[in-house]
Design a protein around this ligand. Structure first.
Ligand code: SF4
Length: 472
């Protein structure tokens, strides 16, 4: 048996073996949480949530907070969208939502110890910049009244921008409010692809916004792209990649378009015959990875790329990278407070999700109730498996003795069934295995989810779950 090298940064080499990838291209969770949202249940209510918050306040050194606010309004519908959002041009809808959000901020703020600082803030959507500057500034002021916001450079306060709703003046206004990180949705610059997904977005305006943010000293500029969209070809996508690389954002997130029209109504507007076939999708992925790594970006986890001096890369190298609802993050030790319709929080060993639809969430808040819809309390077994799955998704390796010490188990005995499956993956060359652990190889680098799925107790015997997107 080989002696594997655990503790090294995840391999940057990727081996594209089409036959192997097609064989493993099952549906699977993205593991932004474990257990995944499919396991959340309504037996977990606001009483359970409040108990977890109280326990987290009572810890010797309470964890700092990360706050996620969901702002689910957009001016127009992108056909690929799978988010919880409402398409409207009526500002009144937004105003009623903000009033409810203010009320929820008061209720949630009253639960947390005021000494617990908000180290991270993320406004996501929808389109947060659907709201005007005055509304966003008001929201931050409200948040500052009920939570301890940080004013110095250690804060990581991010907002998702739709470049169609933001110009350079707005960017400066957002910086003045305290945001020091932005992430911009780009997806694809090709005009035909943009037409096919109903998202027409100018190249010049978008690149100008990135450059302006860099000149203004934003700590991080991140760009989202999607591969697998209708009409995409490697030739067309090459132009998008070149344009984005020329602007040198700190990070890129490159997501795989999951065509699930039975789950997401908007996707029924996409012509099935225009969606790239699996071989083209794989070409697009190969091209993306090659272009970005040749341009100096480091491949992070499953779908992120970062400049070498970015904290994400440093975290991947140091083994402190975390998987979370925004993808990957560097902050392991925060409790996450989710605000707004459908938002998910993570406090200690629980996940809690707010009511999903805007009317249901608003009614609960108006009645003075915490709008918790469902959640899950992690068992010791869940925590053990969450650690292992996190290590696979972030570091591409598992070191058995770490879990034996921490959870008091004999890894080989406890995971005899799983190790059998891991051995099969090692025979297929996805990983290297010895008595101490396993490491994902260049051949398995694109199949991290498949490796993680082995340790997912809720997936049963590996049958396909149509609720999830395909791995590639
Ligand atoms: S992709 Fe973003 S901007 Fe487009 S409809 Fe969905 S949430 Fe709105």
């Amino acid at each position: 048996m080989n002696v594997i090298h655990l503790g090294a940064a995840m391999t940057q080499k990727v081996q594209f073996d089409q036959a192997l990838i097609e064989r493993y291209n099952l549906s699977g969770p993205r593991y932004t949480s474990y257990p995944t949202a499919v396991q959340f249940h309504e037996g977990f209510d606001h009483v359970a949530y409040e108990r977890f918050v109280a326990a987290s306040n009572a810890e010797l050194i309470p964890r700092p907070l990360s706050v996620y606010m969901h702002l689910p309004f957009c001016n127009s519908l992108c056909y690929y969208c799978g988010c919880t959002k409402k398409i409207t041009r009526h500002p009144e809808h937004g105003k009623a939502y903000l009033r409810a959000l203010y009320r929820e901020i008061e209720m949630q703020g009253a639960l947390f110890d005021p000494d617990r600082q908000v180290q991270q803030l993320h406004l996501g959507g929808g389109t947060p910049t659907f709201f005007d500057d005055q509304q966003l500034a008001g929201l931050l002021e409200k948040l500052a009244k009920h939570f301890s916001l940080i004013n110095d450079d250690s804060r990581e306060y991010a907002i998702e921008l739709d470049p169609r709703t933001v110009d350079t003046h707005r960017l400066e206004a957002l910086q003045a409010m305290g945001f020091n990180r932005i992430s911009l949705g780009v997806q694809d610059f090709d005009p035909d692809v943009q037409k096919a997904v109903n998202r027409i977005q100018g190249v010049d305006e978008t690149l100008q916004l990135i450059r302006h943010a860099q000149q203004r000293g934003f700590d991080s500029v991140s760009v989202d792209l999607i591969y697998g969209l209708p009409l995409q070809t490697p030739q067309r996508f090459a132009k998008t990649l070149d344009l984005v690389v020329s602007a040198r954002p700190n990070r890129l997130a490159v997501y795989n378009y999951a065509h699930l029209p039975h789950l997401f109504r908007a996707q029924r507007m996409i012509r099935e015959d225009q969606v790239p076939d699996p071989a083209t999708r794989l070409d697009l992925l190969r091209q993306t990875i090659e272009t970005l790594t040749e341009a100096g970006y480091v491949y992070i986890g499953m779908d992120h790329f970062a400049l070498p001096d970015d904290e994400l890369n440093l975290a991947q190298q140091q083994g402190t990278l975390q998987r979370n609802f925004q993808g990957y993050s560097t902050n392991a030790d925060c409790d996450l407070v989710g605000l707004g319709a459908s938002a998910i929080g993570k406090i200690g060993d629980c996940y809690a999700q707010n009511l999903k639809t805007i009317p249901a969430w608003q009614s609960a808040v108006a009645a003075g109730d915490l709008p918790i819809w469902r959640g899950v309390t992690l068992s010791t077994e869940d925590r053990l498996r969450r650690c292992i799955i996190g290590s696979i998704m972030c570091q591409g390796e598992v070191h058995f003795p770490d879990y034996e010490h921490r959870f008091g188990i004999d890894f080989e005995q406890h995971f005899a069934f799983e190790l059998n499956a891991i051995e099969k993956l090692s025979i297929d060359g996805l990983l290297e295995l010895d008595n101490e652990g396993f490491v994902v190889t260049p051949r398995g680098r694109l199949l991290l989810r498949n490796v993680a799925m082995v340790f997912d107790e809720y997936l049963g015997n590996g049958t396909e779950k149509p609720k999830f997107s395909r791995v590639i």
